[in-house]
Design a protein around this ligand. Sequence first.
Ligand SMILES: *[C@@H]1O[C@H](CO)[C@@H](O)[C@H](O)[C@H]1NC(C)=O
Ligand SMILES: *[C@@H]1O[C@H](CO)[C@@H](O)[C@H](O)[C@H]1NC(C)=O
Length: 459
Amino acid sequence: MVKLLFPLLAISTAVVCYIYFRPPPPLPELDYSKWWGPTERQARQDRSVRPFNVSFSKEMIQDLKWRLQNHQPFTPPLEGVAFEYGFNTDTLQPWLDYWADRYPFEERQEFLNKYPHYKTNIQGLDIHFIRVKPKVSFGVQLVPMLLCHGWPGSVREFYEAIPFLTAISNDRNFALDLIIPSMPGYGFSDAAVRPGLGAVEIAIVFKNLMRRLGFQKFYFQGGDWGAFVGSSMVTLFPEDILGYHTNMVFSTAPTVSALTAIGSIYTPLIVEDKYADRLYPYFMKFLPNIVQETGYLHLQATKPDTVGVALSDSPAALLAYILEKFSTYTNMDNRYLADGGLEKFYTKDQLIDNLMLYWSTNTITTSMRLYAETFNKRVADMRLDEIPTPVPTWALQARHELSFLPPWMIRFKYPNLLNATMLDDGGHFVALEMPEVFANDVLNAVKAFRDYHHSNLEV
Ligand SMILES: *[C@@H]1O[C@H](CO)[C@@H](O)[C@H](O)[C@H]1NC(C)=O
Ligand SMILES: *[C@@H]1O[C@H](CO)[C@@H](O)[C@H](O)[C@H]1NC(C)=O
């Protein structure tokens, strides 16, 4: 064994040296105005920004209730099994009863409309967004920030955090002007009609959205797909992004994968003791967990339209499929709880609001296509994770997030990492789960970004 260790270390060091000193690839050539909508609309482009209201029609609600009440009998779960085989069907019925009989549709519609919504057409797609602009007094500067959700979330994830994010405080000489778009193909945003709209291309769409709203430079916050869009944006448009806050740091760069693997031979080489269990044992625990929980990802990256038929036809299926993710991705230990632990973290209304944005718009299929449009050779060949960006960056790493990187490895891609906040709890949907903690971290980040720019001004 010991005899094997030396050559193994030598080989891995050689591999890391090779990929580490390999120069980063050039930026990919992309069409910054590619048309994703129906071709016939290209001739009469509409640049207006129109107010929009969320509205649940009577017919939609009636049909939804009928489907919730008329599903096939569920297969009972196996004896002694909680969520290990997926959403426990004993737990499913009470959710469906609630959605059909007690979820207050009108009240929730009103709640969803509590912030101003808009739509505007970008590159052929009507893009929906929420805009929350606080009123500020003289001496307080409004600074724009784009917040970007992921799958299976939506703009709904930010509702509880918005009042904290837009609060005016004597401790700050700025306030956030929030722009919160729905991803193309999610909720009220149009889906592309032709292939190729992945996370990198969405970064272009959202940059163009910000230009449409009059913002040349802005801050960006994102987790999940929002983090893929964010990291693409700071790579393609470093001049435009004043600071990048992310609650999901990850890297597909070979250096990072190789170092992480080497760390399983000797952990202290890679990560401080107190954070080691977020990543190690890598081959015995971390990777098996990821593999066990990401079957959906492979499916959606290959055949989204097939599973989409089932999910867009059955609200029971949609609920089970999406809430299973809210259960395990909030905390993997929720798998061993009969109710998936969902209501330890969220209310039924919060989670069903999110489902309503998928169901009422029938966008589950187009939302899942994002996996196929991003996890493919075309995007992998761009090697964007290997191109460092000068944009000042701030990472928020929740205890139960799916990915973890020690700060020194985050700096490969983000050399101007200003801080990496390590939370002792919290999961993948941290904005929804811990809105105040999330918002305070974002505000601390923006303050640090502003200080960074001031101290870097040429005098
Ligand atoms: C949205 O709803 C408000 C309040 O009911 C109404 O005043 C407004 O005209 C509506 N806007 C649109 C675009 O439907
Ligand atoms: C920066 O990160 C450290 C480590 O988690 C944390 O203790 C600290 O509070 C963070 N700084 C700010 C200003 O949030």
